[in-house]
Design a protein around this ligand. Sequence first.
Ligand code: MG
Length: 374
Amino acid sequence: MTQLALYACDPEHTRGRMHPEERPVNRSQFQRDRDRIIHCNAFRLLEYKTQVFVNHEGDLFRTRLTHSIEVAQIARTLARNLGLHEDLTEAISLAHDLGHTPFGHAGQEELNACLHEFAPDAGGFEHNLQSLRVVDELEERYAAFNGLNLCFETREGILKHCSLSHARRLGEVGKRFLEGTQPSLEAQIANLADEIAYNNHDVDDGLRSGLITVGQLQMLEIFSTHYSRVMGQYPNLDRRRAISETIRGMINTLVVDLTTTTLANIERRGPDSVDAVRSGKPLAAFSPSMRAQADALKSFLLANLYRHHRVMRMTTKARRIVRGLFEAFLDEPRLLQDEYRREGDVAQARAIADYIAGMTDRYAIREYRELFEM
Ligand code: MG
């Protein structure tokens, strides 16, 4: 590991774990967190959870697992260039989507809607909060505690957003949402690496699926700059390679811009500790023109890919499945295995939400068939 900057998180000075443990041998505290995440059940389930395309639509499409690995790769490059703690950034990146429901955002929105409708006191469903819940409570691997007992810094990074009402009951890790302060730079760059990863791989998957076209994308500056450069240099290049080279160029431009802009912000503000990073405005940022280009790409994907009628068909089907499961289990909790049965309506609704959120796409489809088809 390269030398840590003064503003990096130092595992020797972690704010610690909820349940005190002996120090790891031959590993840092953040390496231990990263390793615990890789070994947990929720991490393996990411392989069969939708990013945009449902897992069985094709073997080359991203899943939540490959997405998380791409986020970690980009975040580690950024961390190394900025003198941050790579293992912490990697841990946050690999864990950031652990709380995702099956079927991507559609699944999460439907689960949230169900909770609000049928158990208004249960506090709804937020996937970031669920990721924290997975590592704090739901994983059952260790003898002495529930969850993975991760360091404060890893938990802080996993909790990217959170409503104020939840922040109030989360203690130390919720504080920054009430105070309007920032998380560590490791967390800030993991968050932006997430955006770089999904914008670019969704272009790739979108083109592969045929739902969007190179012609449409050429209207976007960030795509057309690289596409024209590649085709200028290799006029006879086949389509697949041209797309790969274009996306590779886009990722590189975004990473370099983010690094340069963030370093300039650091230079100007001169943070000399993690606490200096946490107070004040976010330090990790794209330049204004790159921010505008990334936003244009995001809006394009929203309008043309995420709301494409073929994606919408899958999305509405996914909503019906999630709602169907939720209502059936809440109506008749005896349909559930004992481990998901609870006393009290709120606790039962929450346990059902945890059960559904933990399902992979194919498991949810199987459960739905079992409950609704003869
Ligand atoms: Mg993500």
